[in-house]
Design a protein around this ligand. Structure first.
Ligand SMILES: [Fe+2]
Length: 293
């Protein structure tokens, strides 16, 4: 005889039944994440007094996020960015390193490309006809205890002074303003570029509709991205921001925090210079998935 057991109508009993249904999840970490997620989702629906029609709107929004994504665009990353979730997860993950003087991480964002061009230290990452003021970048990769890390892979990418990445801009050659460097015996690297400009996040998808509904601006302050891979250390993804940018204190994706806000100093001629220290936390080296080819 088959006996059906329905939960009672109380939210507590329903939550208990849903949590019980998760009890046999095989992967322990997945089980833990699902359990916490279920509890928070139920609490959220009750606190918001969510109506069925509103749940439908929310689920349709999630479907639209997926439909707006493809090989060249990941709307899910953008959603996590504009809600501050990506920044929160990165800062939380780095909390022990930050206490020990580690460099603040910042989100990778949607524009890192696989197979960025390998370049020698001191080389330009911008083609000669890229407009804008010159920028000389020098940097050093260090372990948390101050040991310079030789042979580290330093990837950088940035928008042009027009505020566009090369893959968004037909006027730029392929892989312009991108490079992959290797640190020397002192953990140092350097390159020549142009001063980047701020830019709006893509607003042609559901995230754009959300930002409009919230009456928010769409701008990121000017920045350079870095992703550093050093053996025996956790991968560091970060960005350095131009503190003089009008949106330096008001990044639409909440990435411009702490020591990442920097003054791009005059180099005494018509250009600017930026010197960065990248302090890496010892740990497992796990290179994140690249968002676009
Ligand atoms: Fe960016």
């Amino acid at each position: 005889m088959c006996e059906h057991v329905f939960p009672s109508t109380s939210p507590e009993a329903l939550l208990a039944a849903v949590l019980k249904s998760n009890a046999n999840t095989g992967n322990p970490r997945l089980k833990e994440i699902l359990e916490i997620g279920i509890r928070h989702l139920h609490a959220f629906a009750l606190e918001a007094d969510l109506a069925p029609a509103e749940l439908e709107v929310g689920l349709d929004f999630l479907v639209a996020i997926g439909q707006a994504s493809g090989p060249k665009k990941h709307e899910g990353i953008l959603l996590a960015d504009i809600l501050g979730l990506a920044t929160l997860v990165q800062l939380n993950d780095a909390r022990h390193a930050l206490e020990a003087g580690g460099t603040e991480p910042a989100l990778i964002g949607p524009f890192w490309r696989a197979n960025q061009p390998e370049r020698k230290n001191g080389e330009r990452i911008s083609t000669d006809d890229t407009p804008g003021p010159r920028l000389t970048v020098t940097g050093q990769v260090l372990s948390l205890d101050g040991t310079p890390l030789a042979g580290a892979r330093v990837e950088t990418w940035q928008a042009s002074p027009k505020g566009l990445y090369e893959n968004q801009d037909e006027s730029q050659p392929r892989m312009n303003l991108r490079g992959r460097f290797v640190t020397d015996e002192n953990g140092s690297f350097s390159f020549e570029s142009v001063r980047p400009a701020g830019y709006p996040v893509p607003v042609d998808g559901p995230c754009g509709e959300l930002l409009a509904a919230q009456n928010r601006h769409t701008m990121r302050p000017a920045h350079l991205h870095f992703l550093v891979v050093a053996p025996g250390h956790k991968v560091l993804a970060t960005q350095f921001f131009d503190v003089d940018d009008p949106h330096a204190q008001d990044d639409v994706v909440f990435g411009a925090v702490g020591s990442l806000l920097r003054q791009f100093e005059s180099d005494g001629a018509s250009g600017f210079k930026l010197d960065v220290k990248l302090r890496m936390e010892p740990g497992e080296t796990r290179v994140p998935k690249c968002p676009i080819p």
